[in-house]
Design a protein around this ligand. Sequence first.
Ligand code: ADP
Ligand code: MG
Length: 361
Amino acid sequence: MRRYHAPGRVNLIGEHTDYNAGFVMPIAIAMGCDIRVSPSTRSVLHLTSAQFPGEMTFPLDVIPTMRRTGAWVDYILGVAREIHALGIELKPMKLHVDASVPTGSGLSSSAALEVSSALALLDGHELPKLELARLCQRAERNFVGMPCGIMDQYASVHGEEHKAILLDCRSITHQLVPIPDGAEIIVANTMVKHELGSSAYRQRVQECHEALSHFPGKEALRDVTLGDLERTASQIPEIPLARARHVILEDLRVQNFLEAAGRGDLHQMGKLMVESHRSLQHDYEVSCEELDFMVDTALTLDGVYGSRMTGGGFGGCTVSLVAPEAVERFEHGLSARYHDRYNLAPAIYRCTPSAGARRVA
Ligand code: ADP
Ligand code: MG
């Protein structure tokens, strides 16, 4: 029996910039998705998950022409279709999914599922890492129907221990960035997910297109400078203007975060994370009350360099940089205050940059 693992990710900074050809800085995390492969006697793909009930069986010859089902299996079926489209034969198998990364919390359980299932379905057929990430992105875009950027799948494939991944989403190349000593990466889960999430995501993609249409000749918001934006601001409606302002400033923040990390300047890194959050809160409008409360609370606690929402927004997780000696008190303080306010116990994870997708058995 073979087993594959693909990690989830937490994005340190650079939110909603990937689909604007900009910069992001995720780390792959230890939590992820495991897939156990066993043989099937019939010519089918048989799918089960420890996190979702039911078992589903799909004849291999039907998969390439199927429509999406609306269920979790779509992530795997989408990957299977993309593998088939490359001319690689799908083999009969049983896949059992078991994830340690929470689902729907902004830590990209979806990319972890896609990437681990791609490795399983490829069955030893080697694809270059970038091709693997792109195949999984196409599965989510073309079949699941989410117009996602490349960040999640890229991070899940390219993760490295002790390093963050500075990804340029235009050239789709990355540089590894050591995280300075003296801070831990603490992720806190609001335990809420507002329904608005996926429709708002599509809407933001659309609003970025609208903003871009005011800059003829520019291919993506990545190419629009702050000066360009200021000169054109009076002609752009308020909402697309605010979205563009977020994307342009967020790209600059990623660059500044990289420089600060190089100097080991945790205070500056934290400050940029807070600026990122405020921009997501007010200009990009993808935060929510619970995320704002969690960030605001984190910032009142000792030893916190910075805190922000991470992932698409409308619930899910925050990420904070916290001095190691303050972590325990931070966790207690944040949990208690969040619980008092929302009567929910937030899950808190200490995250370390971890290796990318691989066969584990
Ligand atoms: P995120 O990627 O932030 O966790 P998404 O909404 O993008 O949130 O993806 C979550 C979806 O991915 C789940 O609703 C489910 O359909 C699928 N998924 C993720 N992990 C699993 C799993 N372990 N088993 C089955 N489906 C999963
Ligand atoms: Mg996802």
